[in-house]
Design a protein around this ligand. Sequence first.
Ligand SMILES: Cc1cc2nc3c(=O)[nH]c(=O)nc-3n(C[C@H](O)[C@H](O)[C@H](O)COP(=O)(O)OP(=O)(O)OC[C@H]3O[C@@H](n4cnc5c(N)ncnc54)[C@H](O)[C@@H]3O)c2cc1C
Length: 393
Amino acid sequence: MSNHTTGSPPAGPTAAEPLADGPIDAEPKPALGPLHDVAVIGAGPVGMFAAAYCAMRNLDTQLIESLPQLGGQVAALYPEKKIHDIAGFVSGTGGELVENLSRQLDLYGEHIEIHCNAAVRDLHRLPDGTFVLDTGASAFHTRAVLIAVGAGAFAPRALPIAYDHTLDGHGVFYFVKHLADFAGKTVAVAGGGDAALDWALELEPYAQQVFLVHRRDTFRALESSVERLRASSVEARTPYKFTSVTAAGAAAATATDFPADFKSEFTIGSETGSGTGSEPGTGGTGSGATLHLGLEHLKSKEPADLEVDALLVNYGFTSDNHVLRDWGLPVTRGDLIVDEHLQTSFEGIYGVGDAVTYPGKVKLISVGFGEVPRAVNHLAEALYPDRKQPLHD
Ligand SMILES: Cc1cc2nc3c(=O)[nH]c(=O)nc-3n(C[C@H](O)[C@H](O)[C@H](O)COP(=O)(O)OP(=O)(O)OC[C@H]3O[C@@H](n4cnc5c(N)ncnc54)[C@H](O)[C@@H]3O)c2cc1C
């Protein structure tokens, strides 16, 4: 870890006590770890870059992640999707972005401690102004906190119709881990946003046929994606809504064409709702189509149907960032309220990425990346007022 030559660390902590304006009032239970400058909570893409940037500023940094892996939504939900809207990152996949961010972290490894499988449950402020992050098993001690928990625990929005949920992971999917799993299949993608169009276009070279089913005639996606869609072989079915999703007959209900480890996961950070496509008799691909999709034209009300091997649902996500409220932090609609320095109303507690909101906030990776230097440079100045701020001339 780095040796700082300027600024003086606060005096040793005494017992935790609630502050009049402080977020948390419980006593820390596990033994307190060594004092660091910054603790970044959450190692999604924005938290990973935040930890690297803190280290560039010679700040002793801890990066604390609840999952066993780094990369947040990108690693968990779309490692094989191409990302087109990050400056200087030309059509790389989500997995490649996380790999690059890991390499960037490695460059500054001497300043960074990474702790995975560590979900921060509690945040305390000690009387000396330092903070304790409690995971139950460990108590991380830090002078400043950078919250990058993204959407927190989140789950995909389900198809808004009643259907047999044993099909989830066995024909009906909410995530794509491996595009190659869909090779030669007929796939319907449900949704009309960026993610739905991206997946339809990513699947096109693998699948035998891709349909895109959306309830409007227009798509809520990047204009360039809409143009690519029009030029592709993806068949749009608009404006249609789903009326039924059923296994297309017991005889075809085998799962043997999907690899044994083919998984659909429904939440991040929890075990709920995951399944494999390998259990027999649960739907799957078989030699013919295995899902019957009932549709209805939104204007004419005419029924229609599709027979497909797989349905990929892309209706966005619901998120649960209740921990932020539990910590007593200022939150609106689940998002952390921050000022122009990305600081919360509590001195020393900052937020970046999908977890935060302010006027004009857009939840994109590039926006989160841009917030990082603003937050970190401000907190570095607060911790070490004698240090020069970075300038390029
Ligand atoms: C299917 C899909 C496609 C997308 N495509 C794009 C795209 O092409 N371009 C783009 O810019 N954006 C895209 N996005 C959005 C993008 O993924 C998010 O904006 C980005 O992941 C936000 O990064 P983050 O680091 O703020 O949060 P996240 O990626 O959500 O990471 C937060 C991390 O914090 C951890 N965490 C949560 N709570 C705790 C806790 N209490 N203690 C410790 N750790 C915790 C989580 O486990 C997670 O790893 C897409 C999103 C989806 C779902």
